[in-house]
Design a binder for this molecule. Structure first.
Ligand code: SAM
Length: 323
């Protein structure tokens, strides 16, 4: 991604164009059609000149092969499609949002949509749109299997049998369910419309508390409070206050575990934290990717001991014990 030669900026533009083409083909169901076998270009259902102009891009990035008349998926294209790795139509909406970067730079986020309404969400969910909330939580649930198992593998040696575990902003509940299935007592805290969703998935395998984690009683005492993908959606002062409230809800010796993406000391990476910060700028009122240094300061101010930092595949897990 670094701008090192005069070709690199051109490559960025090419990548953005390729993203738009692949996302639109996905949205139109064309890759799904190609998964069944070769298709005549004239039967793709596309404008003829648009097809002849976009197919070279798809051939260039290695997703399709064929000739002027017939198009077919390459083995790499099929693998990416089957693994769910191809960008979907949601990226077209993201590109529309990104086209408003200048407004966001001048006036701040969240971004305003085509309808003139703010696109701000509470951690990706919206009380006024249960269908969009369910789509978002389904997507997170589907992509959390290995992260939930890894998180549990790191944290379970720190827990006695039948510990009380709070999943704050637990959403779809996949993380907490792993703890509950291992015999711990799980409590999922989230907004009422999300608890309704989580209850549908987990029934009475876990307990639920509905509320706003900035205002409502958090319950407890707990032995472990997990915050997975939570603090990046909040402002600095909110995180600091939330950690103080959590410390009060923990039993003596209890731990907080924060799984998130953190900027390095130079705030120059890693890429996932740097770029995900943009999503938070566009979709939340005060969110951004925090740095490890910020988190250390917030934890100390809330009365936690020095944190342990565990590097996971894409995220980090920061664990601190109530002093
Ligand atoms: C990005 S999702 C993370 C879900 C899950 N922890 C994970 O890692 O996949 C953020 C969750 O925090 C919840 N959330 C955001 N703001 C909240 C608030 N003020 N009070 C309670 N829950 C909140 C959202 O409803 C959502 O379920």
């Amino acid at each position: 991604m670094k701008l090192e030669t005069d070709r690199d900026a051109t490559e960025w533009v090419y990548a953005a164009k390729a993203l738009a083409v692949v996302s639109a083909y996905m949205e139109l169901g064309i890759f799904a059609k190609l998964a069944a076998g070769p298709v005549r270009v004239s039967e793709l259902g596309l404008d003829a000149r648009a097809a002849l102009t976009t197919l070279p891009v798809l051939r260039h990035v290695g997703l399709v092969a064929g000739d002027a008349d017939v198009v077919t998926l390459t083995p790499a294209g099929r693998r990416a499609l089957e693994a769910g790795d191809l960008p979907t139509g949601r990226n077209l909406e993201a590109l529309r949002d990104l086209s408003r970067m200048k407004d966001v730079l001048l006036h701040g986020g969240p971004v305003v949509g085509d309808d003139g309404k703010s696109k701000g969400t509470t951690g990706g969910t919206r009380a006024d749109d249960p269908a969009a909330t369910a789509r978002f939580l389904d997507m997170l649930y589907a992509s959390s299997e290995s992260a939930a198992a890894t998180t549990f593998a790191w944290l379970s040696p720190m827990l006695a049998a039948r510990s009380r575990v709070l999943d704050l902003g637990g959403g779809h509940g996949r993380y907490l369910r792993v703890f509950a299935d291992a015999g711990h007592h799980g409590t999922l805290f989230d907004l009422p419309h999300v608890v309704t969703y989580a209850r549908g998935r987990h029934g009475d395998a876990i307990d639920y508390v509905e509320g706003d984690f900035h205002e409502s009683p958090l319950g407890g005492p707990y032995d472990l409070a997990l915050l997975s993908n939570i603090i990046h959606g909040e402002g600095d002062a909110e995180v600091e206050r939330l950690l103080g409230r959590l410390a009060a809800a923990l039993a003596p010796g209890g731990r907080v575990a924060i799984k998130d993406m953190f900027l390095d000391e130079q705030a120059a990476g890693p890429a996932n934290a740097a770029f995900f910060g943009l999503t938070m700028l566009f979709m939340t009122r005060a969110g951004r990717s925090p740095s490890f240094a910020q988190l250390r300061g917030w934890l100390a101010a809330a009365g936690f001991g020095p944190p342990q930092v565990i590097l996971l595949e894409t995220h980090s897990l920061v664990v601190a014990q109530k002093a």
